[in-house]
Design a protein around this ligand. Sequence first.
Ligand code: SF4
Length: 264
Amino acid sequence: MSTDLEALSRELDLAFAQLTPVERLKTLVERVPGRIVFTTSLGLEDQMLTHLIFAEKLPIEVKTLDTGRLFPETYTVWRETEEKYGRRIKAVYPKGEALEELVNDQGIDGFYYAPEFRKACCGVRKVEPLARALSGAEAWITGLRRDQSANREGMHFVGFDAGRGLLKANPLFDWTREEIRLFAEEEKVPVNALHGQGFLSIGCAPCTRAVRPGEPERAGRWWWEEETLRECGLHVEPDGRVIRAKLVPGTNHGDAAFEGPAES
Ligand code: SF4
């Protein structure tokens, strides 16, 4: 099956260039032999895809990873979306025991102290739940755009995720943020209120800030890791308090949950 999906991903990658986003989604439904899962972060791009899937009544599973640390505004747009379309966005949660162990080990906001802690938190709250969300699926849809950041320029409309053994499709790959914003406005798609307050890419509340004019779109994610210098590992004060680690400027720590570790 994997080999077939690999060939299909190459075929669809070529075909997608000539299609609109909704045609791309319909093509996936027609051509992919098994389950198709769309993981939404409830951000602008993902809301457009959710709109297309729900409005066209496409048999695509829409799931979100509730890390437990999302903004109140994100829960609001989640509820509004379900109310508007009359369909459920399925939640996937971290495993309780692993979460307890993580917080008891590194503290409630341990991700600020060291990159390893941040990765451990993303691992428990996002990466492991994503694996369960995609378990048994043949195709995974994301809202990634080509122009979001430099490390996405080598990506495709459709690729084959060899690690997970599934086809990965990005139906909005060639759309700009402005085109998507206009689409959402015209179609009255529910959008996260934080987008109107300078938040472009919205993730967990403690790890996301508004972006200043001129900053890259994803500069508001894990900004403390971008702006400081890396030191080797974790440092502890003589009294046992943890000192925040410093990181190499420009190090790119992507969104492990909605993109997969390969792009993180
Ligand atoms: S984004 Fe922050 S709070 Fe969310 S899972 Fe990653 S480290 Fe944890």
